[in-house]
Design a protein around this ligand. Sequence first.
Ligand SMILES: NC(=O)c1ccc[n+]([C@@H]2O[C@H](COP(=O)([O-])OP(=O)(O)OC[C@H]3O[C@@H](n4cnc5c(N)ncnc54)[C@H](O)[C@@H]3O)[C@@H](O)[C@H]2O)c1
Length: 429
Amino acid sequence: MTNPYGHPLPSYLQSDNLGPWGVYLQQVDRVIPYLGHLARWAETLKRPKRALIVDVPIELDNGTIAHFEGYRVQHNVSRGPGKGGVRFHQDVTLSEVMALSAWMSVKNAAVNVPYGGAKGGIRVDPKTLSRGELERMTRRYTSEIGIIIGPTKDIPAPDVNTNEQIMAWMMDTYSMNEGATATGVVTGKPVDLGGSLGRREATGRGVFTVGVEAARHIELDISHARLAVQGFGNVGGIAAKLFAQAGARVVAVQDHGGTIYQESGLDVPLLLEHVAAKGTVAGFAKAEVLANDAFWDVDCDILIPAALEQQINASNAGRIKARMVIEGANGPTTPEADDILQSRNILVLPDVIANAGGVTVSYFEWVQDFSSFFWSEDEINARLVRIMKEAFTGVWQVAQDKKVSLRTATFIVACTRILRARELRGLYP
Ligand SMILES: NC(=O)c1ccc[n+]([C@@H]2O[C@H](COP(=O)([O-])OP(=O)(O)OC[C@H]3O[C@@H](n4cnc5c(N)ncnc54)[C@H](O)[C@@H]3O)[C@@H](O)[C@H]2O)c1
């Protein structure tokens, strides 16, 4: 079976609606001409190594039994164990988890941490569950995927709607089943349980770090820049805070509850407090309310999508006013939108490098757990910034040399690393 782009497709995906996996396949196609003799192995990037689908039954507080779809996909493990987050969201699909796992393979290779790519998820709106239900669902899911995860096999982490508490339950469940505490089975844990200082802020800090680097290249003054941010959770909230601390004005924020605007700049610390209390930016007193669709017309210099996939698409890419888009989210821009933004000279810092700060500090957490020796926050932040800057500089150079977008340049660097590892290891048997 083939899709409109001519790819052989697995029978388990709908060929007429490939979803995020279809976006990823188009991104891979753009890199193949640059892979030289390694192109021979490129097909390996178009198939996940392993996809596990599990039923997650739990007893609800009202006595009924609910069943949820759970997934864990390991896209590629040529360079090391699988690594990638777990998402709890009502729209999770196999296609989405496959794409997210593949972007993890690319991201981990781009910043050169010794991991393959993986991702997991449960199709559920966790806001509808009580704390007890959430814990039972998390534990049952962890137990079901326990046959393929582990500190040297595949290491989950937080993603949309999952946090330190969920990671603590996952670590405990896996450890109970193993009969030994295994802190290294997940990252993004509470600091009291083998988590790392700086992990919670790491993705937003990485977004900020590459944003500052790129701004220098295009002579954009961060201290006078106006920002629009979609998604005000772990990634968007922290990135907004760091940009605001650097003097930028955060003029618009959108989340699942609505869109707010303040031309003179939102009070970001106050907005973070509001979101912590109310769960959404909606209802924030010191701002105007905007229609959700008007978010894409906001006058700004930097746009940070930090929510879900395919938010910037052919229908709104032509309206974006920013000079630079920094992808905090995974897969927020479709290939058509990428082309529109490029033709309009809007620089896109792609997810596979821009939001790699989280997995970089997850790597530090995993190393600290193995050695049972913990580093200071300053040391962690300094190492994070060094890795992000070096990776970004390398990608920038490839983009200049080959006259390609930063996304294709990042894919060139990363896919070359992945396929070189594949070639060196050879095929078994
Ligand atoms: N947490 C990490 O370390 C990490 C690392 C790399 C990439 N990411 C990616 O960043 C993105 C956000 O993850 P997070 O960890 O910040 O999640 P989160 O759950 O902390 O926050 C998600 C945010 O998105 C908003 N949102 C949800 N649906 C929306 C919609 N339809 N329109 C507008 N906003 C919407 C939510 O209201 C919330 O503000 C995801 O794409 C995730 O894969 C996260």
